[in-house]
Design a protein around this ligand. Structure first.
Ligand code: ADP
Ligand code: MG
Length: 728
């Protein structure tokens, strides 16, 4: 072990990290590897530039001739930056990113070698879709899939590759990625929110969902990790006894960052900044070896791309610094796991954050409109929101007193709750001038001040309002942000559409003034909202009981949680908002179920292999040493030997006992898997893996961890928690 550790440090000092030079500012390097509008402007004429920008903003089709002009510009720019290849860069349902590189290099009919790239190569590519998860959508005879250019996320250069963000769809047009439904949800939400904004300001023509993610992760020494097949294969430790010191001293959070980690972070920031990823915050997290980074928020589609890209960069750059990154939600038992906090809001083309109260009563009414409708949307689709964050790895974190429980609730703070109570009490129908004045002055007029001191933030809430945005905190660290944000966007869009209808009806049929109608519709939508609001300790047992009384779903395993995807209500949400068709939703449900089964299967296999190939043999080795020792003692002391061999004999016995339990466990686990693998139905199979295979992991681990405690440290083949967790 020590040898490996030393080796890894040697490797580290071989390489000079690439980082900012003394005179380089973040701002001066920002987006230097991104094909921004400013770059485009240098390559095309003014007319073309305006047309292109307009089409991108409006989401309308870009004509072939403009596509050719953009392609020519991209090529010229990329070649000037030393790129040799281009790739359509997309996010398939594996959760990672995918790229297939093609060289710009080509040979003309005449035999002349050239660099070429035109509009058709920019707009569409045809990768084989058959090796990506599709949930049964793709038949093998229709293995083709298409990647299609997403002009709303700019191309960038990574290494020597020009990367073009794209969507990924099947030959028959169904989405096979995370970006396609995300873009659709953004569009529907834009339309619905813009309509509402028109009540307040006619100049609003576009509303963007904004996202600022916070990414938690662990860094582990690469050489030490190499001794842990469980970490390498499953992303988490399947074995490992608790170290004597874990996080009980709370001495890691916000602590001084170790120099080797800083060096990795600096290189990551240097690369990210040039790719236009506006990284802002970095710090130690609660667990030893755990860290967090967060950017400045951006328009949601771009922010999702940036999160996927940064996760890819983190893997690559960490490795240069002798680390591996763990994105798994629960890499170490008994120690806090990692999440992703998705901060979400809505912003207008006029520069307004719709979840931030303004200076006038009217702008506060607008704030309340979006605030209340968001909560109503979460209330309406709480189980789907829960499904959107479900995964085998997040199951290990949610509800274990370190992350929110698997119950969706919304935290808004005492003062805003009081505002909602006041609003719920407004009288039905047209409001009297006095009532209106009172509301405007004493209720909504006071909101900005309320928010200023409403800083107590409930860390145990899965979905909290934090002053000018909602923070979805139960999201898993590994998951693609798009999954949860798509559901949130769709739910809010549907709710806003419903709200607009209600307001318009009140105006047209009840002859109400606009603000009367809005007050009335808000009041109606507040009904039942208390059900989802929760201010107390989300980790407590009493909340679990209360949530049950309230009828909120509390599902602690992924297969069951995923069912919410295919409920009538969810399918109609996806269809109504044009985000996914029923066929697409069902396909995604199958993809997620299969992934669950596979993850548990892989963990179970890895555990069995390591226990048999590493742990049992080590137990036997140590036992043999002890046996030799006992034999020696017998030689020296004759029949008196037992007096001196008491401990040794006990350990020999204990080792046999644990080995026996481990072996029995593995045999039963394999038999169980064999029988479960015959199940055809995806849900039944996933659920059976949850119910029948998962428990073996803990049982077998228990005995392995006991062996770790009694076996000679020199012999133990797997790096221990104390070694993995304290990287320097
Ligand atoms: P904390 O760790 O206390 O939750 P941070 O300041 O680390 O808060 O993170 C806040 C995150 O919220 C950042 O990623 C930031 O970009 C994001 N954020 C701030 N305002 C908005 C907004 N209007 N829309 C979306 N995200 C936002
Ligand atoms: Mg946060």
């Amino acid at each position: 072990m020590n040898y490996l550790r030393k080796k890894s440090l040697e490797n580290l000092f071989d390489k000079q990290p690439q980082t900012f030079q003394n005179d380089q500012k973040y701002s001066s390097l920002f987006a230097s590897n991104v094909f921004t509008n400013e770059v485009l402007e240098q390559y095309v004429n003014k007319d073309a530039f305006n047309q292109i920008v307009l089409s991108v903003n409006k989401g309308s089709k870009i004509s072939r001739s403009y596509a050719d002009q953009i392609a020519a510009s991209l090529k010229a720019w990329a070649l000037s930056k030393g790129a040799s290849h281009y790739t359509h860069w997309f996010q398939p349902l594996t959760g990672g990113t995918a790229e297939k590189h093609d060289a710009f290099f080509d040979i003309k009919f005449s035999g002349k070698p050239i660099e070429s790239f035109d509009g058709s190569q920019l707009v569409q590519q045809e990768p084989d879709a058959s090796s990506f998860p599709s949930g049964g959508i793709r038949n093998t005879f229709e293995a083709r899939g298409y990647t299609a250019w997403d002009p709303t996320s700019p191309a960038f250069i990574l290494g020597k590759n020009l990367c073009i963000p794209t969507i990924f769809v099947s030959y028959t047009g169904e989405a096979l990625d995370y970006k396609t439904p995300l873009l659709k949800s953004i569009q529907t939400l834009d339309a619905a929110a813009t309509e509402i904004c028109k009540y307040f300001d006619k100049n609003v023509t576009k509303v963007n969902a904004t996202l600022g993610w916070e990414q938690e992760y662990f860094l582990v020494d690469r050489a030490l990790a190499a001794s842990r097949p469980d970490l390498i294969i499953t992303g988490r430790t399947l074995f490992g006894h608790q170290p004597s010191k874990g996080q009980q001293l709370d001495d890691h959070y916000f602590g001084s960052i170790p120099p080797r980690v800083i060096s990795y972070m600096q290189e990551l920031e240097y690369t990210s900044i040039q790719l236009g990823i506006p990284l802002k915050t970095r710090h130690n997290e609660v667990a030893p070896g755990q860290f967090e980074l967060a950017p400045i928020f951006e328009e949601a589609n771009l922010s999702v791309d940036h999160n996927s890209l940064v996760m890819d960069l983190m893997n690559k750059i960490a490795s240069k610094h002798g680390f591996i990154v763990l994105f798994h939600e629960k890499p170490f038992e008994g120690i806090n796991g990692s999440g992703k906090h998705n901060n979400w809001s809505l912003s207008t083309n006029t520069g307004l954050n719709l979840l931030s109260p303004g200076k006038t009563p009217m702008s506060n009414l607008q704030f309340l409109t979006f605030f209340i409708n968001t909560i109503a949307a979460v209330l309406s689709h709480e189980s789907l929101m829960r499904a959107s964050i479900a995964s085998a790895s997040n199951d290990l974190r949610l509800g274990s007193n370190e992350a929110p429980p698997a119950i969706l609730s919304v935290f808004i703070g005492k003062q805003l709750t009081a505002v909602l109570d006041d609003l719920e009490n407004v009288s039905k129908g047209k409001l009297s001038p006095e009532e209106k004045t009172d509301l405007k002055l004493n209720v909504i007029g006071k909101i900005p001040e309320i928010l200023l001191d409403n800083t107590d933030r409930n860390r145990t809430s899965p979905f909290a309002f934090t002053g000018n945005k909602f923070e979805f905190r139960a999201v898993g660290s590994k998951s693609n942000c798009a999954k949860s944000i798509t559901v949130l966007n769709a739910a809010v869009a549907q709710q806003l559409e419903k709200f607009a209808k209600e307001v318009n009806t009140l105006i047209e049929e009840k002859d109400m003034k606009k603000d009367d109608a809005i007050f009335n519709a808000l009041r109606d939508n507040l009904k039942g909202i208390n059900n989802i609001l929760f201010e107390g300790d989300g980790y407590s047992e009493s909340w679990v009981k209360e949530a049950k009384k309230r009828g909120l779903s509390h599902i602690q395993n992924t297969p069951e949680a995923l069912k919410a995807y295919i409920s009538k209500k969810s399918i109609s949400l996806f269809e109504q908002t044009n985000v996914l068709s029923e066929r697409e939703v069902k396909a995604r449900y199958i993809v997620d179920l299969n992934e669950y089964t596979m993850r548990i299967q892989i963990e179970s296999r890895s555990l069995g292999d390591i226990a048999r190939n590493h742990i049992i043999p080590t137990g036997i080795k140590y036992q043999n040493i002890l046996i030799e020792n006992v034999k020696g003692l017998k030689e020296i002391y004759g029949k008196d030997y037992q007096k001196f061999a008491e401990v040794q004999l006990k350990i020999i016995e204990r080792i046999s006992g644990h080995i026996d339990q481990i072996n029995k466990g593995i045999i039963q686990m394999i038999e169980t898997r064999k029988s479960l693998n015959k199940i055809d139905d995806e849900f039944n199979k996933a659920y059976a893996y949850f119910e029948k295979v998962l428990p073996f992991l803990n049982d077998i681990r228990y005995h392995c961890d006991k062996l770790e405690l009694i076996i000679d440290d020199d012999l133990w083949p797997l790096a221990k928690y104390r070694e993995l967790l304290f990287c320097r």
